[in-house]
Design a protein around this ligand. Structure first.
Ligand SMILES: [Zn+2]
Ligand SMILES: [Zn+2]
Length: 479
């Protein structure tokens, strides 16, 4: 999530822009079409929210979206790149090829009802704390509206919806990029749920993630400890080394871990232990370097504790490569669409949520505003949209699906993603994406300029290489 300091300006900017932009008939029609279907799409988003399926297990969520697009006249290919829940839905033919991304995976342990007070539906079950239930449906809504616009106006070109699983740590899109699914695409449009409406004008963190599995020898912890070698010692020694290493890595690096297996009983020396690591930085070379040092820490820890260690790399993404040409187009469209207006009931819900967020700096009015233009710098999170952005000019907005002040991956985000505030923000995104896509179909010069910008930013010698190498998708990373 980005740090935003322009709030007061944002409200002023959105008021001015909505007065200035005279809607064209075509965009007004597109917006009206989407408005007329908002109940339908809110219902689909609620269904995916209720499924709350985690990475690579999004069987029902993926099927629901694929069927919706198929019914609307898209040709759907399911189970692409060896991932059962990944799919591509296509309409039209020839150039340009415009892609729209949709995500739908939930996060473990974030179960929460659509209520403004914290209450899990099922303790420790998964929940949509990143709003990907809205992400997938909002993108499908945009794709369907654009397809109808293409038919009505005899627009040539290809519109493609990518159903992209396991964004949260599974790097689903990376396999789709690696295996060439974006090779012929001219521009990609996406969005992300958030607590404001803005152009996603900052880059993100590259990352490498993996599970270190230590193996030792079990023994009675009191009667024959000298015969045991603790796999948990291996994990703890590794963590101790890495925690000292933190002082000696570039300032903006992030390293985090959870111990996913640490033995079962204190009186049995554990012969197996596992620690799950993430390393991040907005420069991929630094991520690579920090990761190599983490691997050395693991090997050193294994040597010192008489254990062995194996590493499985489970994910890796690049930092986002921004595209200003496309961002300017999409930002204009976002201003045209405008933000989210709460009903009295939604306002009451939002106020209760805000009481749980601590000292407030964000007014509820910011949900209806559009943040001012910004471009450059880097936000703290990572996304696999980034790998797409090095292959194809890519653009995203954020939409206010959550109560202002809400952080991603929180119970408050799950709550709003499951009710009307989330659904309204989703429609802001759907309309903005649809309008942006119609712009790109009609303006080949914009698409050409975006491609030239990508090539210039990427540099002549750029070769895409993912740390995932040629591994098969880590379909069981959430098991
Ligand atoms: Zn997330
Ligand atoms: Zn997300």
């Amino acid at each position: 999530m980005k740090t935003r300091i322009f709030f007061a300006l944002a409200i002023a900017a959105s008021r001015v822009s909505s007065a200035q932009d005279a809607p064209t008939d075509a965009s007004a029609r597109l917006i009206a079409t989407l408005d007329a279907r908002s109940t339908r799409y809110a219902d689909l988003a609620k269904q995916i929210w209720s499924f709350a399926e985690v990475g690579y297990q999004e069987v029902k969520s993926s099927a629901l979206l694929a069927t919706e697009l198929e019914t609307a006249g898209f040709k759907v290919t399911r189970g692409v790149v060896g991932i059962p829940t990944a799919f591509v839905a296509e309409f039209g033919s020839g150039k340009p090829v415009i892609g729209i991304l949709g995500e739908f995976d939930a996060l473990p342990g974030l179960s929460q009802d659509a209520t403004p007070l914290q209450k899990a539906i099922i303790a420790n079950a998964a929940g949509h704390g990143c709003g990907h239930n809205l992400f997938g449906v909002g993108s499908a809504a945009a794709a369907i509206a654009v397809k109808e616009w293409m038919t009505a106006n005899r627009i040539t070109g290809t519109l493609r919806f990518y159903g992209t699983p396991a964004e949260e740590g599974g790097s689903g899109k990376v396999y789709m990029v690696r295996d060439g699914l974006f090779r012929d695409v001219d521009a990609v449009i996406a969005w992300h749920p958030g607590d404001v409406n803005d152009i996603s004008g900052t880059s993100s963190q590259g990352n490498i993630t993996g599970k270190f599995r230590f193996r030792g020898i079990s023994a009675h912890a009191a009667a024959s400890p000298e015969r045991g070698r603790s796999a948990l010692d291996g994990v703890e020694a590794m963590n101790a080394i890495v925690n000292m290493m933190r002082e000696h890595v570039p300032q903006e690096s992030r390293i985090h871990y959870v111990i996913t297996s640490g033995g079962r009983a204190p009186n049995v020396v554990p012969d197996f232990a596992e620690v799950y690591y993430y390393a991040r930085h907005n420069d991929m070379k630094i991520v690579d370097d920090v990761w190599d040092r983490i691997v050395k820490a693991a090997n050193g820890a294994a040597m010192g504790t008489g254990t062995t260690v194996e590493l499985e790399i489970t994910g890796s993404v690049y930092p986002i490569l921004l595209n200003e040409t496309l961002a300017k187009v999409m930002y204009q469209r976002l201003q045209r669409v405008g933000g989210v207006r709460y009903t009295a009931e939604e306002e009451a819900f939002a106020k209760t949520i805000q009481q749980s967020l601590g000292p407030q700096v964000k007014s509820l009015d910011s949900a209806s505003a559009i943040m001012p233009w910004y471009f450059g710098g880097s936000s703290a999170g990572s996304t696999d949209v980034a790998d797409v952005s090095w292959a194809v000019p890519t653009v995203q907005i954020g939409a206010a699906t959550w109560v202002p002040g809400t952080a991603a991956h929180s119970w408050q985000a799950v709550a709003a993603s499951g009710m009307s505030i989330g659904a309204k923000g989703m429609m802001v995104a759907a309309k903005t994406m649809a309008l942006t896509a119609t712009d790109l179909f009609q303006n080949p010069a914009t698409v050409a300029a975006a491609k030239a910008e990508l090539e210039q930013r990427r540099g002549k010698d750029f070769v895409y290489r993912t740390r995932l190498g040629d591994r098969k998708p880590a379909l069981d990373y959430r098991k």
